[in-house]
Design a protein around this ligand. Structure first.
Ligand code: AMP
Length: 215
């Protein structure tokens, strides 16, 4: 097992690019901290209930809460996959926690990839983003439209705007990225693990550039 950390501002397209990478490569396993938290909130687990209020405000959940969830997930993952870790670590404190998890899982952190996208592109992307109300499929009204407007291609459930994609919440999430996650990017750069990928333009090009980053 190897770990690749996948970083980027909300709306930078991490989820879309990660899904495309995984679809093409059976050895790659995508783990999204946001998806784990949303699932826990939906199931109303103890951690899910704790996380909910932070997520609705667009602020980060406590480091220990998300680190335990990621550790649990990774320790129970069988096989020799490369894990594409999307959305974790997001604070300098979480970087140390991931180092411990990596040791515990007897694995290795081989790269940290950051998808770089200008703020104006991010705002447009988030405004058109839609998610399935039942499964975790995601769409964009113009960039990745569903076959039938407002309906999930995979399960037929209605598409919704995520609560934390409302404009005010997006502002907080972007602020959290610049103040708390940018130092993570700097730290991985100092460790010589960082790959910067241009996240603007067409999806196939971004996927290709991302794949090359740690190949
Ligand atoms: P995302 O889908 O990755 O944008 O995550 C949605 C929300 O989940 C974020 O706005 C945070 O509230 C929370 N979250 C996800 N990952 C983390 C993390 N590594 N640390 C703290 N909070 C997180």
């Amino acid at each position: 097992m190897k770990v690749v950390v996948f970083l980027g501002a909300p709306g930078s397209g991490k989820g879309t690019i990660a899904n495309a990478l995984v679809a093409d490569d059976a050895t790659l396993h995508h783990v999204s901290s946001g998806d784990l938290l949303r699932e826990a909130a939906k199931l109303q687990t103890v951690d899910g209930r704790k996380a909910e209020k932070y997520m609705q405000q667009g602020t980060l959940v406590p480091d220990t809460l998300i680190a335990h969830m990621i550790a649990d997930y990774m320790l129970n993952l069988p096989g020799t996959h490369t894990i594409l870790l999307d959305g974790f670590p997001r604070t300098v404190g979480q970087v140390g926690m991931l180092d411990e998890i990596v040791q515990l899982c007897k694995t290795e952190l081989v790269a940290a990839v950051v998808l770089e996208v200008p703020d104006n592109v991010i705002v447009t992307r988030i405004a058109g983003r839609r998610g399935c109300s039942q499964c975790s499929a995601s769409y964009h009204v113009t960039n990745i439209p569903p076959k039938v407007a407002g309906v999930c291609d995979k399960c037929g459930a209605p598409l919704v705007i995520r609560k934390d994609d409302e404009p005010e919440t997006v502002k907080s999430r972007l602020a959290a990225f610049y103040t708390q996650t940018m130092p993570v990017v700097d730290l991985y750069e100092q460790r010589g693990l960082l790959y910067r990928v241009d996240g603007s333009g067409k999806i196939p090009g971004i996927v290709k550039r991302t794949r090359q980053a740690w190949a």
